[in-house]
Write a protein that binds this ligand. Sequence first.
Ligand code: GLY
Ligand code: MN
Ligand code: MN
Length: 455
Amino acid sequence: MESVMDRTALFRDHVDHVVARTNEALRAYAQKDAGCEGIVFHAGKMLYHHADDQPFPFRPMFHFTRFAPVPGPDHLLVVRPGSAPKLYRVVAQDFWHEPPAPTGHPFDEVLDIENVESADAAIAAAGDLSDCAYFGNAPDVARKLGIDASRVEPELLVSLLDWDRGMKTPYEVDCIREACGTAANGHLAVRRAAMRGASERELFATYLEATGFLENETPYGSIIGWDENAATLHYTSKRVAKPDPGYVLLIDAGTSCFGYASDVTRTYATASAPAEFVAALDAMDDLEQELVNKVGPGVGFIDLHIDAHRGVAKILHETGIAKKSADELYDLGLTQPFLPHGLGHHLGLQVHDVGGRQKTPEGEIEAPPEKFPSLRTTRELAVGHVVTIEPGLYFIPMLLDPVRAEHPDAFDWDLVDRLVPCGGIRIEDDVLVTEAGREDLTRGLIPGHREPIDG
Ligand code: GLY
Ligand code: MN
Ligand code: MN
């Protein structure tokens, strides 16, 4: 009961904050552009497979969920300066489908809600919104609301609100924290089952069982890969076969809480893994924690990313995988094929949350350095940001083969060949930027691979 009360108070403050920020965005938009008198946030329309009556799994539009964590499509939320936000909530009369299960969220204690029976009834109840902007996936709904195409997600207004989503409110942090907690149950159960030699598919079932989530309820396709499958960055097939050889398991899996995601990766080596791989894994875990400990307000994420590459260079050198010095490896760009993704990204309602490349609230973009095109986050860190820190070191033949041809003496290629069946390493924590520096939201819940766990 106490935590429900706490969440109600947190959510009330969150809505007040988000309304105030939205009103400010509307003022800024009116100064620079045509302006509008409010915004209608549409949960969105359900989308269907082509020529079929089967829908894709539905997720309400994220700007909508920020105000109203109400499952299901078609709801409208109208925000106008000077009045409380109004939610037109669709509770369909439908004997084919049940309404979404109650979520336990106290939104109905905080928001002004009018229940309606259909999408069209919501549009009729909302009335003439021609002076508003529309956010959502259905331009035809905007048209029915009288909203001109020029006011469908106006770029400046989107940038202003995306920027603002970077700074999480205490309510949002509370949700992400809870999502880390449920993910931890799954990660710990998977670690135990992996050490018994369970298949990827069995491990995924274990993850769902331990978290209490359905597959479509996780914020992204869970990555559970044995051995060389760990080298496919977004591997999601989940094989039925038992692991063979069963050297390494990589699990990258999260859950969500009222729409807010966790995104956590651990890599485990079994007793049969090559010693050089285990040495690299231990060193990567140390590197990840060093990088986490550099997170803080005012820190440039590009600098952290460069530190990650310099750290990987050192590990490649010290494990004997590379024959060149760490500086030479970095200067020649030879860490990139081993770490081809960015160090991390903002985390929130979207697992790869918005605004990571924004330099200003108005939407000026800071592109990643040419050398690191995959870096999603170039934004300077600020208090309230939640980011992932996820360095990796992989043995990906399609990236390493050209390096082998061009730099035959730079690496111990026999050793690389022995490590290819191990796939790779990624270690990922979710980190809140605080006044004092940071809080690692995951480490205390999901220990590193060297720390023992019960069972
Ligand atoms: N799970 C996807 C990522 O780590 O970005
Ligand atoms: Mn991840
Ligand atoms: Mn991630």
